[in-house]
Design a protein around this ligand. Structure first.
Ligand SMILES: Cc1ncc(CNC=O)c(N)n1
Length: 230
């Protein structure tokens, strides 16, 4: 058993790494979900993929205002002006992403205007909306933001690794979130989160940890919509 780390020890390595180790089971539940593993081993049900595509389009439309709310918090609360550029670059890629969802849906014959958000998606979007409140600290919001992006990055990067049998028609999707540039962007978000978490009061630290766990749970439920495990 590992002994409890002092606050000082944790700050050196970064709180995010500490939490990832502490919560590795739920983290890998979100990043190595059966749906992702089915893409990686080439057995994915294409209907499940289409379900994911339509649901994720709805999610991303709700995610954009969440990112905007993080930008506002950074502008008001951040101690480092470069945070804004990182967040803004994330917002800019969402513009591109929404266009990509539309063309990808057309390719697969998914009618986006007819997609009805499933319960897990609604719950996740409602959770995002709760994080948009001005009462939610920047540190808590940026931790959630990092986690949301990092889960997709880790999941889709897995489908691009050597030896993976991802179907050719899905590699572009996997590259969207699994590419190195997106990985760098996630690292930048992680650095911001670590910096903030390293100097936040204990009550906010606890809130951030709970929020991180909620994100991971929502991500698992989100994948479950396409790959039912109920
Ligand atoms: C459910 C979910 N989680 C994370 C992402 C990745 N962020 C923006 O695209 C996403 N698209 N969908």
């Amino acid at each position: 058993m590992e002994g409890k780390k002092t606050r000082e020890e944790v700050e050196k390595s970064g709180m995010i790494d500490t939490w990832m180790r502490k919560h590795r089971l739920i983290y890998s539940g979100a990043t190595k979900h059966p749906f992702i593993l089915s893409i990686r081993d080439g057995t994915v049900d294409l209907e499940a993929f289409k379900t994911w595509l339509g649901q994720d389009y709805i999610f991303v439309r709700a995610f954009a205002p969440f990112v905007a709310s993080v930008l506002i918090k950074a502008w008001k609360e951040s101690d480092d002006s470069s945070d804004m550029e990182v967040i803004l670059s994330g917002m800019a890629s969402l513009n591109d992403e929404i266009a990509w969802f539309k063309s990808e849906a057309a390719k697969w014959g998914v009618q986006l205007s007819e997609v009805v958000p499933q319960k897990a998606n609604q719950d996740y979007c409602r959770f995002l909306e709760s994080l948009m409140s001005p009462d939610v600290e920047y540190t808590v919001a940026i931790t959630a933001f990092w986690a949301i992006e990092a889960v997709y990055q880790a999941s889709f990067a897995l489908c691009l690794e050597d030896g993976s049998k991802t179907p050719a028609e899905l590699t572009e999707t996997c590259r969207r979130w699994g590419n190195d540039g997106f990985g760098q962007y996630c690292n930048s978000l992680q650095k911001i989160a670590n910096r903030r978490l390293g100097k936040t009061p204990d009550d906010v630290l606890t809130k951030a940890e709970v929020t991180l766990l909620r994100v991971l749970e929502h991500e698992v439920e989100f994948w479950n919509m396409s790959h039912g495990s109920a």
